[in-house]
Ligand binder design. Sequence first.
Ligand SMILES: NC(=O)c1ccc[n+]([C@@H]2O[C@H](COP(=O)([O-])OP(=O)(O)OC[C@H]3O[C@@H](n4cnc5c(N)ncnc54)[C@H](OP(=O)(O)O)[C@@H]3O)[C@@H](O)[C@H]2O)c1
Length: 312
Amino acid sequence: MGRTKAPELWDAAIIGGGKVGTTLGRVLIEQGHRVSCVVSRTTRSARASAEFIGCEAAGTELAAIPGSVNLILIATPHGAVADVVRALARLERDLKGVSVCHASGMLTAAVLDPVKAKGATVFSFHPIQAFPRTFPFGEIVPNLRGIYYGVDGPAAGVRAAYALARALKGYVIEVPPAMREVYHAAAVVASNHLTTLFGVLRELASTFAPEGTDWMSIYFPIIMGSIGNARSATPEVALTGPIARGGVETVARHLDALGRTAPDLVPFYAAVSVETTRLATRSGALAPAQKDELLRLLEPYLSPEAQKRKRP
Ligand SMILES: NC(=O)c1ccc[n+]([C@@H]2O[C@H](COP(=O)([O-])OP(=O)(O)OC[C@H]3O[C@@H](n4cnc5c(N)ncnc54)[C@H](OP(=O)(O)O)[C@@H]3O)[C@@H](O)[C@H]2O)c1
């Protein structure tokens, strides 16, 4: 069986001139590769994207993708990927020697089957990084070196994915297709839930700190310290605080105070505390009786309904 060799020089067409397509296109150029065109839903986004990337061709027609490209990166919203793939497959074009990938976290390489049938080397290629919608492209690009890409596909596709990740100064994590949703949920925890945590902190700080307090500066050192500790050791070893000490009374007082000042946050605090209890149990910090006592305390607070039942 012949092994298709991944190209050393990528010549790409980007489909979808949004945050992901444009910033990855730009990194490709900065790493000495080519982006020959951007195709997007509207001329406006195609032009803005091409201008930032530094390529000349921009438009809305897939048929305008030059025959010379060896990479088609689909970075449309994930709901549009299947339509784009079918439209690509309908083009009168042999896709042998062309790598086609998409950036969706939820979709596997299976959605690319129609272009695989036309000879393309296919793989999913999901960047594990946040690309905030309102951020200028230039603020996202510096965060893209050293990231991982969640990948699946046939062997030749996975080989091409490794080569493309290397070209972008990144790495690959191969994701079994059956685990795609769990993989994506983990990315949501790493990014969206962490961002949510900042919203929670701001809300809590607003209940005791004077208006205008720079709450981020107050918590940034402890946040970065905790991240560093968990990275250099393990989450179990890095865990500090009342749950790791079996402080049932402290947790009970927190729940009571939150119920009075920020009741919407009680189920969140309780749910994360259940996980913290599991972590502390794994680390050996908690005796089984302390664990049971904590879980008995937390359970009634896990949903707003349960909380109402508990509170008179
Ligand atoms: N945002 C993130 O943090 C992130 C992280 C990892 C992966 N992803 C994935 O990356 C993909 C792109 O996300 P994004 O954040 O870059 O989205 P985005 O900023 O909304 O950009 C999507 C782009 O696709 C264009 N588009 C829409 N439908 C199209 C079609 N049928 N044909 C061609 N172009 C089309 C849009 O054009 P118009 O602007 O003209 O409408 C827009 O420029 C998604 O699959 C997403 O799940 C996103």
